[in-house]
Design a protein around this ligand. Structure first.
Ligand SMILES: [Zn+2]
Length: 359
């Protein structure tokens, strides 16, 4: 079995200075140089020099219109991510549909297109690169920096490494790959913590995903950084139902939720989430995907089944996240941002040494 690639979702004091400054701005939405210095422990002079470089390269921009007087009496000009100069390319390969998207450096989707693909065939990355080039043509003046390639690799019987290398060859861009469920967990972590940084609590966060596929992934806070590691399938997780599965057994989770009525499906998924919680003992549980969240009236049923099936005494918070139909685009663009967030000045050079995919 192949190891799914690790996706780093927060970086700390051991990352490059520019990564720390960018991380702080990203987490807060906007931050002044003083606020960045206080939050990171970097000197105001270092933050000032680094911010100047990031502004010059179109990664950050100043918002003097939102200036407030800072603690030192100087006006604190907020910095925010510059959403206008650069884009990332996100490619998501599903079983029947592939999605190509362009995202800005704040992780928002600017454009996307879906392409049907023959079930069972290898992804046509040449075609998908051409779609990316077409989308780039609709956003003139923007510079593509990196690409992210996301798929349920095991379900497709593919290895992410060779596919990522091929996409790199086609686009000339640094490419990062991610597993479908890990990438969705990373996107969820990222977007939630940007809205509510106070919930960026440490420890282990368990994401259970159910929609086109069922599985789980975890975000692990390692002190200086948080990584989404491990993604496991729950396709053949035993539920005790009598539903036959193509694998020859009965009661496998994916086959069961396909045919159960909505209330029974909610109970089955909640029970599975409770059992997975007991195996991993996380500090919080996030339930993701339309099979969990599709019917708001059944959220209580999911939670009741979860509570009934978790045997660990210490209660942990359970929450739901609703992603819309753009989850493929968002997850692929989240993965694509990795190299920028790791080393923004290394990734965005002054001469913009990145190449557009050839049309
Ligand atoms: Zn099965």
């Amino acid at each position: 079995m192949t190891r799914s690639p690790i996706i780093t979702v927060s970086r700390g004091r051991f990352s490059p200075t520019a990564a720390q400054v960018l991380e702080r701005v990203r987490a807060a939405g906007r931050a002044s140089r003083d606020e960045i210095a206080t939050a990171t422990g970097l000197s105001v002079a270092t933050v000032g020099r680094t911010a100047a470089l990031l502004i010059e390269r179109g990664v950050l921009r100043e918002r003097p219109d939102l200036a407030r007087t800072g603690v030192t009496g100087r006006p604190g000009i907020p910095l925010e991510i510059d959403p206008d100069r650069h884009v990332t390319i996100g490619v998501h390969v599903g079983r029947r549909i592939a999605t190509v998207a362009l995202g800005d450096l704040a992780g928002r989707i600017l454009a996307s297109r879906t392409v049907c693909r023959p079930s069972g065939a290898d992804p046509d990355l040449e075609q998908l690169s051409r779609v990316a080039a077409t989308l780039l043509g609709t956003l003139p003046g923007r510079n593509p920096l990196t690409a992210g390639l996301v798929a349920p690799w095991r379900d497709l019987g593919l290895l992410p490494g060779p596919q990522g290398a091929l996409l790199h060859e086609l686009t000339g861009l640094p490419v990062r790959t991610g597993d479908h469920i890990s990438a969705i967990a990373a996107a969820e972590f990222w977007h939630r913590h940007r809205r509510r940084p106070e919930r960026a609590a440490g420890g282990l966060t368990l994401y259970v995903y159910a929609r086109d596929t069922v599985g789980w992934s975890v975000a692990v806070d390692r002190g200086a950084q948080t990584d989404v590691t491990r993604a496991a399938s729950l396709t053949h997780f035993p539920t005790g139902s009598a539903v036959p599965c193509p694998c020859g057994r009965t009661g496998c989770l994916a086959a069961s939720i396909d045919v159960l009525d909505p209330a029974e499906r909610a109970r089955t998924l909640g029970a599975a989430a409770g059992t997975v919680r007991d195996m991993l003992s996380p500090d919080r549980v996030v339930l993701v995907g339309q099979a969990f969240t599709g019917d708001p009236r059944l959220l209580d049923v999911v939670v009741a089944a979860y509570d009934a099936h978790t045997a660990l005494e210490r209660p942990v918070p359970v929450s739901f996240t609703r992603f819309g139909s753009d989850i493929q685009a968002i997850s692929a663009c989240t993965v694509a941002l990795g190299p920028v967030l790791d080393d923004p000045l290394g990734c965005v050079t002054t001469d913009d040494a990145c190449h557009r995919p050839s049309a």
